[in-house]
Design a protein. Sequence first.
Length: 219
Amino acid sequence: MDFKYILSKTDHTLLKPGSTEKEILNLIQEGLEYKVASICIPPSFVHFAHQTSKDINICTVVGFPNGYNTTSTKLKETEQALKGGASEIDMVINIGALKDKKYKLVEDEIREIKDITHNNILKVIIETCLLTEEEKITMCKIISDAGVDYIKTSTGFSIAGATVSDIELFKKHVDSKVKIKAAGGIRTLEDAKMYLDLGCDRIGASSIVAAVKHIAGIW
């Protein structure tokens, strides 16, 4: 198993409500030492993290975790995050609008956020565990048409996370230019490897670095 490759595809994540500066500092140190793709942190810590280290790639969340913020709120969150030093945005779609079949509203919101991210990476979280298969396929089309960088399975804060069947559905229905991020419930190196082998380009997880730490002699 190529541990360094897995780490290079991992968004090392800390999004729990009680996160502290001390924990964010530790996340940064681990991220730098283990060469992860990014650290994924709450928006309120973005400026702090960027001031602490200019060498770590910072990802943060928008409209998190429920997605029902107004578009103007999500846009403001995105602007503040980018200004603070984030280079990757993981936004949650308006799930209720999708279920109401307000597809233009959902797509327009994604496009507006994509417009202000410019060359920064935008990942769109669709919270697969709350969607029907038809709704997942619809989101694959919307995200493909909107030209964003990634489709992401889950926030990790709902009733379930990534599944093999959802990744297979993404691979079948999303444009080849759109990358896939699996998140939610990915706790072991075996899980991470499985999702990467299925075709994911990123993994969102809080325990992959810890799993590597417990394996002697590979670093």
